[in-house]
Design a binder for this molecule. Structure first.
Ligand code: 5GP
Length: 199
């Protein structure tokens, strides 16, 4: 991937249920320059999800074919489903736009290997585990078993916070969003030499 423009790539990762999707969508609504990278997944769509908007929903066979054809910058198996970022769409988007990625720590590690990318890596954590469980249950999008599974993955996921440039605690959605806005505007202005910052 050649990435010579001043456009930036913001990665937002978090344990499931920390508020990432809401924040990602808010950023895109406010900043015209930002586009969300729409991943491919083998997960079944949730009732409110739209194909091509939330994800490109594809079969296992197609996903495996794409892997063998080298179509992904990164991909990972998460909760029994595959998720991946298409090379072609990212290469096209970065010419004109900043990109925000809602991907997990495995995808972040893989993208980080591309040293020429202007990546800003943000890890979002919920204030505590109880709140996380409430959010996972309240959003009412997954079965109780799936909620339990995602909750259990928290301990493993959170160990990867050290791979990120910024750690933001989502105590309050509005504050959290403002902190992420600050991170973006600072990094849009300067050429990135990052050190890890805990906000
Ligand atoms: P969900 O099933 O809740 O939409 O997503 C589950 C997890 O997959 C989330 O942590 C999300 O960030 C991650 N994810 C979504 N798309 C991708 C992708 O393209 N690559 C990777 N590595 N993770 C992804």
């Amino acid at each position: 991937m050649s990435h010579d423009s001043n456009n930036i790539m913001v990665i937002l990762s978090s344990p499931s249920g920390a508020g990432k999707t809401t924040i990602t969508k808010k950023i895109q609504q406010k900043y015209q320059s930002f586009k969300i990278s729409v991943s491919h997944t083998t997960r079944k769509p949730r009732p409110n999800e739209v194909d091509g908007v939330d994800y490109h929903f594809i079969s296992n066979e197609k996903f495996k074919k794409f892997i063998s054809e080298g179509k992904f910058y990164e991909y990972a198996k998460i909760f029994d489903n595959y998720y991946g970022t298409s090379k072609e769409s990212v290469d096209e988007m970065i010419k004109k736009n900043d990109i925000i990625f809602d991907i997990d720590w495995q995808g972040t590690q893989q993208l980080s290997k591309f040293k020429n990318l202007k990546l800003i890596k943000i890890y979002l954590i919920p204030p505590n585990k109880d709140e996380l469980k409430q959010r996972l249950t309240k959003r009412n999008q997954d079965s109780p078993q799936e909620v339990e599974r995602r909750f259990k993955a928290y301990d493993e996921d959170i160990q990867h916070w050290k791979d990120y440039d910024y750690i933001v605690i989502n105590k309050n959605l509005e504050n959290c969003y403002k902190q992420i806005e600050n991170i973006i505007s600072i990094n849009k202005k300067k050429s990135p030499t990052f050190s890890q910052t805990i906000l």
